[in-house]
Write a protein that binds this ligand. Structure first.
Ligand code: S3P
Length: 167
């Protein structure tokens, strides 16, 4: 019988979900899984292409299915895409799980990924878009998280340690 993920990482793009997730997996001796990678593998194309070809609502549907499969099957460290919490059904799938929100402020976000146009949501005005994105999502991250871990000014190793301490 499956026991569910050991930890589920949520938070904005660039908050370190994949880097910290891989470190945690190593420290816990558990496998790492990432729903963005699951979607890319299942669809055979990049996330940016899914956004452009079929739009964000379709991507959120694919993401909901990917999160449902991962929480049912995966018993290690799981990282979700930064916008997964926007979908109410996806949020419901996270209920009762050890969800950790890796939080980051707007200036840190701009510094880390602001000009990375490969991320489809940030192509035009990174600072303004970051501010809007954080304002729209912060309460959703908080709502589903069991624990909030600050990432500003911390290395991935320090964040991973803070997650382990908090679990
Ligand atoms: C998104 C974040 C991305 C990816 C997609 C949409 C978002 O994941 O799922 O580009 O809406 O914030 P990462 O947070 O892993 O970059």
């Amino acid at each position: 019988m499956s026991t569910g993920p050991l930890v589920v990482l949520i938070g904005p793009m660039g908050s370190g979900k994949s880097t910290v997730g891989a470190l945690l997996a190593e420290r816990l001796g558990a496998p790492y899984r990432d729903t963005d990678a699951d979607i890319v593998a299942a669809e055979g194309r990049e996330i940016a292409d899914i956004f452009v070809d079929e739009g964000e609502p379709h991507f959120r549907e694919l993401e909901r299915e990917a999160v449902a499969a991962a929480v049912a099957e995966h018993t290690g460290v799981l990282a979700l895409g930064g916008g997964a919490v926007l979908d109410a059904s996806t949020r419901a799938l996270l209920s009762g799980l050890p969800v950790v929100y890796l939080s980051m402020d707007v200036e840190e976000a701009v510094k880390r990924v602001g000009l990375n146009t490969a991320r489809p949501l940030l192509a035009v005005n990174p600072r303004r878009q970051w501010r809007e994105l954080m304002e729209a999502r912060r309460h959703l991250y908080t709502e589903v998280a069991r624990v909030v871990v600050e990432t500003d000014g911390r290395t991935p190793e320090e964040v991973a340690q803070a997650v382990l301490d908090a679990l």
